[in-house]
Design a protein around this ligand. Sequence first.
Ligand SMILES: NC(=O)c1ccc[n+]([C@@H]2O[C@H](COP(=O)([O-])OP(=O)(O)OC[C@H]3O[C@@H](n4cnc5c(N)ncnc54)[C@H](O)[C@@H]3O)[C@@H](O)[C@H]2O)c1
Ligand SMILES: O=C(O)C[C@H](O)C(=O)O
Length: 322
Amino acid sequence: MARKKIALIGSGMIGGTLAHMIGLKELGDVVLFDIAEGIPQGKGLDIAESSPVDGFDARYVGVNDYAGIEGADVCIVTAGVPRKPGMSRDDLLGINLKVMEQVGAGIAKYAPNAFVICITNPLDAMVWALQKFSGLPKSHVVGMAGVLDSARFRYFLAEEFNVSVEDVSAMTLGGHGDDMVPMVRYSTVAGVPLPDLVKMGWTSKEKLDAIVERTRKGGGEIVGLLKTGSAYYAPASSAIAMAESYLKDKKRVLPCATHLNGQYGVKDTYVGVPVVIGAGGVERIIELEFNKEEQAMFDKSLAAVQGLTEACTGIAPQLAQK
Ligand SMILES: NC(=O)c1ccc[n+]([C@@H]2O[C@H](COP(=O)([O-])OP(=O)(O)OC[C@H]3O[C@@H](n4cnc5c(N)ncnc54)[C@H](O)[C@@H]3O)[C@@H](O)[C@H]2O)c1
Ligand SMILES: O=C(O)C[C@H](O)C(=O)O
């Protein structure tokens, strides 16, 4: 069977990490694309030169022309700019929206059958715009955020309980902003929900609230430490989990920014909910029943996302027609 072709649109910190992980996991051949000349070529060659040491077979090509992504099976989009300390993700909207227009046109022309994973921030608005600019089916354009936010939640919980991260399952829904919705009721250690663990004395309500807050601000915590940009190892791992589920038809259930049109009572908006990802792209959207408090948090997060998509339409009025 021929290897799959994976195009990385943006070859910065996340793009380079993705390229390395794809080789190590032998998921396919890699095309690195960027507007910066030499970066995708240099990163591609550097990683290819590591392949004899690590023992993986994958072809690496670096390009500055969208023609290079022709026929890609998967496109992972990180093109644009990250935030720096003092900025919110929303401050990136104007600049990254223009980038999404170019990326959407490039994917539409050269990789219209691809499964597209957008990572660029502000995530929910950017994936919404990218789907419209590209015209690709909504089942084949998703945003990565929930897997990352849930991974942070899982990591903090595993630390608190002093148990393996593997036995902690957690879910974070809504938009990828500080109003995201970590779902305490649906998060468990070996199947035991967090509220039960509080009753069992494993932790206190106050400590759990602090973990939820830390999860919500997890991106900003890393930005504050790095100072030059934002997280890239965990974001790359998270996008790889989504790409792998598509490429191997694993049908994993993952929280992803997905196009909702009726589900959760939401119209034409991308926001994080649990979905099944398989060979058909987003194959099923899981509609959870929220309690009153969860519904209020989801509505708040949704309103923030919809404010951003409205801002996109203000900048690019053609988005309203698509
Ligand atoms: N969704 C998430 O959970 C999540 C997590 C981390 C980062 N992010 C976002 O991902 C994006 C990338 O982060 P990064 O750390 O890799 O940034 P980076 O600056 O290291 O890389 C971005 C790359 O995009 C390239 N680029 C800029 N404009 C372009 C264009 N018009 N066409 C093609 N390439 C272009 C740049 O040359 C650069 O190499 C940022 O917007 C960041 O906020 C999102
Ligand atoms: O916080 C950021 O700006 C990057 C990303 O969205 C993250 O959550 O790490």
